[in-house]
Design a protein around this ligand. Sequence first.
Ligand code: KG4
Ligand code: ZN
Length: 345
Amino acid sequence: TSKLRILGIETSCDETAAAVVIRLPDGSAVTEADVVLSQLDEHSAYGGVVPEIAARAHVDALDTLIEEALTRAGISLSEVDAIAATSGPGLIGGLLVGLMTGKAIARATGKPLYAVNHLEGHALTARLTDGVAFPYLMLLVSGGHTQLVLVKGVGEYERWGTTIDDALGEAFDKTAKLLGLPYPGGPAVERAAATGNPKRFAFPRPLVGEARLDFSFSGLKTAVRQAAEGIAPVTDQDIADICASFQHAISRTLKDRIGRGLQRFKETYPDVAEPALVVAGGVAANKEVRQTLDTLCAEHRFRFVAPPHHLCTDNAVMIAWAGLERMALGMPSDDLAVAPRSRWP
Ligand code: KG4
Ligand code: ZN
């Protein structure tokens, strides 16, 4: 195949993003533009993402961001070979904005449209950044998702584990809210935990010891609330101790759950010489979480692959790349009648 240029669009949550990625004839890829506009300031007063505000902010920003991405890449719309837009899962208003924009560009330029599953974007990013070969295991831990996925090939995924209640990032956010810390909660909890005693509170470690590979974090949140209610007045040191104990419980939970996943991978694929665990999602920024996974991988002789932070969180490079992977394999593009899907496992 010759050089392929693709425009990526991401609008599924509270980041508006556009990117231009090029695939060279030798199969390698170059990111020519990677533009992300976070709506954090517009949502922080509400302590979470407000869907209607998000959709309107995507409408306001997307055209300008696409223009900026094209300018940075030094190309015009007519030089793009394809368009890839997130079509789910996510907030339906935002998905409509991005997918409709992608369709309009595809219609006007006559170029193919790839409607991309957001989770597939996260799952394939490590192939762009680290050239990871199939099959591999991927842990996605963000504000909306907690999934352990077996990535067998482009379009071939098996979900081995998921949360039965809150996502891991959501547990951080809710814990922060309970303790009066700012949104988003993850970074705030991590900061507070740095000076806390992780052994002061024995928080629950849900599903630890069970053979299934699922996660559960809502009980942890309840335990945090009870701990905070049991102290009056709550000092900064109490908050630090709660945060440290909370992170410690999460670290132990991940160690057990993911450790079982790695074991299962080895049993499923005994011949894979260098198995890999890939992480994605905002929670992957957490140092204790990273350290836990890194150590666990070393114990199990897995390669631990953590793409750079800006490609672990929501971005359009991963959407463009997922489109390129399909293109390179000659997989069909999508019909312009394709509809966004707020739920899409
Ligand atoms: O992937 P992401 O940026 O956005 C989506 O959820 O789509 O993930 C955001 C989540 C939030 O729940 C945030 O609290 C969490 O990632 N997060 C962290 C840290 N930084 C972000 N959680 C723990 N420790 C962090 N340092
Ligand atoms: Zn995401």
